[in-house]
Design a protein. Structure first.
Length: 344
C-alpha cells in the first residue's frame, strides 16, 4: 500500500514520518554516567527514544566527533578544558537560553564559567576530582601521596594508571611539584619519565570505571580514578579509601553540550533543561555520587553524600586543586609525551 499523505496521517492522529524521526535523542557520554531511570522517565515525558553510546576518555570522544560524530549525536559531555577547543573546531552548536529556563538553578560558581562565559555552548553536569582509590592493608597506614603509584617504595600493591593524557601526566606533574598545566619541557620530561617507570610496575592502563571495578574485584590494590567512581566503590566495600594526594590534584567539570550538526537539537535542549530541574538533578547526583553544580538540587541530595569528603572535599583540600586549562597549540606537547609513554 502506498504511504498515506501527511495531512491524512495528522487527521487520523497517527505519527508522521517527520515526528517519528524527531522523537530520538542520541547521547554520547562517559560510561556509567546516567541514571537509567531518569532516561526512562524522560523518554516517557517527551515520547522519544534515547540511545546512549559511551566512551572512556575525552580524547576518544573528541576524535569521534571530528570524524563525523558531530552530525550523529545530539548530546555530548566534554570536560571543561575541552570546551574551548571544541568551540574553535566548530564542533558545538550554541545553546538557546530561551529553551533552558532551568539555567537559573546553576550554582553561581558554574554559571558563566571561565571556559565558556555566558554558558554559550555548555551547561555544567557534574563535577569532581581525580585521586587514588586504594585497598589498605589492615593496620597499615597509607601515604596520602601520588607516590602510591609514582614511588616504588610507597606502592601498596598492584595498581592501575588512568588511561587519559591530561589526567595521568597531570598527576605526575603534581607529584613533582609542578602545575598540572605546565608546558615547560623539563617538567613534561620528568612527568613522562615518571609515568613510563610507573607503567613498568603497573597492571596497565584503564578508564576510571574499569579501574574502579578492578579494585573492587581485588585484582589490583589501587587505581587512579575519578571521585564518583571512588564514592560508589566505597559504598560497596568499606575497606576502600579515596585519597586526594597532599601534593594537590585536579578539579574538573563535565558539561552537557550539543554537537554542531545535531539532528535533534530541540530535543537535546529539552533534555538539558530536564536535567537542570532541581529534583531530577538531585536524583542524578544521588545515583552517580559525583558533586552537583545545581544549587537548587542541594536540598534533595542525600545528607550523607553532602558530608562525604570524597564527593565534596573540605576547603583545605579544595585549595590544592587545579582546573585543567585549554593549552591551545601546546596541547601537542602532552600528546607527544603520551605517545612516548604508550610506546615504551
Amino acid at each position: 500500500m502506498r504511504s498515506l499523505p501527511l495531512l491524512l496521517l495528522l487527521a487520523l492522529g497517527l505519527p508522521s514520518p517527520v515526528s517519528a524521526a524527531e522523537a530520538k535523542l542520541n547521547v554520547f557520554i562517559w560510561s556509567e554516567y546516567l541514571d537509567p531511570q531518569v532516561v526512562k522517565e524522560f523518554e516517557h515525558k517527551f515520547s522519544c527514544k534515547v540511545t546512549v553510546d559511551v566512551y572512556e576518555d575525552a580524547e576518544s570522544m573528541l576524535a569521534k566527533l571530528q570524524a563525523g560524530g558531530a552530525a550523529l549525536y545530539d548530546l555530548v559531555v566534554p570536560p571543561d578544558h575541552l570546551v574551548p577547543t571544541m568551540v574553535k573546531l566548530g564542533l558545538l552548536a550554541p545553546l538557546r537560553p530561551d529553551n533552558l529556563p532551568n539555567l537559573k538553578n546553576l550554582d553561581a560558581k558554574f554559571a558563566s564559567p571561565p571556559y565558556d562565559r555566558g554558558n554559550k555552548f555548555s551547561v555544567a553536569y557534574q563535577w569532581g576530582t581525580v585521586g587514588i582509590l586504594v585497598r589498605a592493608a589492615a593496620g597499615k597506614p597509607v601515604a596520602e601521596s601520588w607516590g602510591l603509584v609514582f614511588d616504588e617504595r610507597q606502592q601498596p600493591g598492584k595498581f592501575v594508571l588512568i588511561d587519559s593524557v591530561r589526567d595521568c601526566l597531570g598527576a605526575a606533574l603534581k607529584f613533582e611539584g609542578h602545575s598540572l598545566n605546565s608546558t615547560e619541557i623539563p617538567h613534561l620530561k620528568e612527568a613522562r619519565n615518571l609515568v613510563i617507570e610507573a607503567k613498568r610496575r603497573a597492571a596497565g592502563f584503564d578508564g576510571s570505571v574499569g579501574a574502579k571495578n578492578k579494585v573492587l574485584a581485588k585484582s589490583v590494590t589501587a587505581a587512579i580514578v575519578y571521585s564518583g567512581e571512588a564514592a560508589r566503590a566505597m559504598a560497596d566495600d568499606t575497606a576502600l579509601r579515596y585519597i586526594i594526594p597532599r601534593e594537590g590534584s585536579q578539579i574538573w567539570v563535565d558539561n552537557l553540550c550539543i554537537p554542531a550538526k545535531a539532528p535533534h537539537r530541540d530535543l537535546a535542549e529539552k533534555f538539558i533543561n530536564y536535567v537542570l530541574d532541581a529534583k531530577v538533578g538531585a536524583r542524578l547526583s544521588n545515583f552517580l555520587q559525583f558533586a552537583m553544580p545545581n544549587a537548587a538540587a542541594k536540598e534533595f541530595i542525600k545528607r550523607e553524600d553532602l558530608k562525604n569528603p570524597a564527593i565534596y572535599p573540605p576547603a583545605d583540600v579544595m585549595a590544592k586543586l587545579e582546573f585543567l586549562e585549554d593549552l591551545g597549540a601546546k596541547t601537542k606537547l602532552f600528546d607527544e609525551a603520551w605517545t612516548q609513554v604508550k610506546a615504551r
